[in-house]
Ligand binder design. Structure first.
Ligand SMILES: NC(=O)c1ccc[n+]([C@@H]2O[C@H](COP(=O)([O-])OP(=O)(O)OC[C@H]3O[C@@H](n4cnc5c(N)ncnc54)[C@H](OP(=O)(O)O)[C@@H]3O)[C@@H](O)[C@H]2O)c1
Length: 306
């Protein structure tokens, strides 16, 4: 039996009956290279999902534009019929070009089609949480999100969506969204080295809204830092575990969706929830992020293979 405390405890999405273990799983890495087409080894992808759920993960982040369609189809194959407590969070607002590019898909028809694609490929009658994804690849851009969000709110009234979140947004856009419908989570780019949202995280914590960092391990350019390495060595952990533990200790409203296609990395990541970082180590790690400390330029370096 899995002890929820071992996955960082639970976070209740506001105004919902949905409690998610804070250590979840992000499914984007399950598609093929460049998040396009099927993976080399579908059985391995299925095994990762099954192992995550068997270990107590009850929050999986996905989208129908991963693959496209592929990731959701693998989730359905691996886990359907879904455990009662599994919360699958998907996102709409983007689509893939034939050249594998990432394009906006924020028109009324695109959003309706995307919700139906998610329902069909996941094998669901309704979606627990749908994030409206706006902005650029990694950064939000100001501008009204009223039109697309109103469409999602309509689909929520129709019963196709239970709850709504937003992704890649600014605090101003969140405020606009909250005037249209209740927002249960924000999914933005944030990790130990990417700290632009520090104030936003704290504001959301005060309002009980989940903050779900995407690229918690650096995404397509996984984190590498001598400070992370030193912290990991001192704790008998790995640098990725330290990066995840730092997020869990950063704020109680942070829930994690690290992505991996590897069972070994999955196990390593889940075990990060058991790691307690001493305050001295947290102080050192804080110096990595966002140019806040003197260490930023000298401690972060790109992976040689990137
Ligand atoms: N809202 C948005 O705009 C948005 C954007 C991007 C992502 N997302 C969501 O956020 C989730 C997480 O993002 P992500 O998967 O792109 O990035 P991530 O979790 O920061 O990092 C994933 C990368 O780290 C590697 N990795 C994972 N665990 C590792 C470990 N223990 N040791 C070494 N390497 C490890 C993975 O490779 P291996 O497969 O080899 O482990 C992969 O290359 C996605 O699955 C997706 O659901 C949302």
């Amino acid at each position: 039996m899995i002890n929820q405390a071992e996955l960082g405890g639970t976070f209740q999405l506001p105004g919902t009956s949905l409690g998610v273990n804070r250590m979840g799983y992000g499914a984007m890495q399950l598609a093929g290279p460049q998040v396009w087409g099927p993976p080399h080894d579908v059985a391995a992808a299925i095994a990762v999902l099954r192992e995550a759920v068997a270990a107590g993960v009850n929050h999986i982040d996905t989208s129908d534009f991963y693959g496209p369609h592929v990731t959701n189809q693998i989730i359905k194959r691996a886990l359907h019929p879904y455990p009662d407590d599994l919360v699958i969070v998907t996102k709409v607002g983007a689509r893939r070009g034939e050249d594998k590019s990432w394009l906006h898909a924020l028109s009324r028809q695109h959003l309706i089609d995307s919700v139906h694609d998610n329902l069909r490929n996941l094998g669901l009658d309704w979606l627990d949480v749908v994030n409206l994804r706006v902005g650029g690849i990694t950064e939000p851009s100001e501008g009204s999100i009223e039109e697309p969000l109103t469409v999602l709110a309509e689909l929520k009234r129709q019963g196709l969506i239970r709850h709504i979140g937003v992704s890649n947004v600014t605090p101003k856009q969140l405020a606009e969204a909250q005037r249209i419908t209740e927002i249960v989570c924000v999914q933005n780019f944030y990790n130990v080295a990417q700290r632009n949202d520090d104030g936003f995280v704290d504001d959301l914590a005060r309002h009980g809204i989940a903050y779900v960092p995407f690229f918690p391990l650096g995404g397509f350019t996984p984190l590498q830092s001598s400070v992370l390495d030193a912290a990991a060595a001192s704790l008998g952990a790995t640098p990725m575990q330290v990066a995840l533990a730092w997020l869990l200790q950063r704020s109680p409203n942070i829930t994690l969706i690290p992505g991996t296609s590897s069972i070994e990395h999955l196990r390593e990541n889940l075990n990060a929830a058991k790691l307690q970082l001493p305050s001295l180590v947290i102080g050192n790690l804080d110096a990595i992020g966002g140019g806040r400390g003197p260490g930023m330029a000298s401690t972060l370096h790109a992976r040689p293979d990137q």
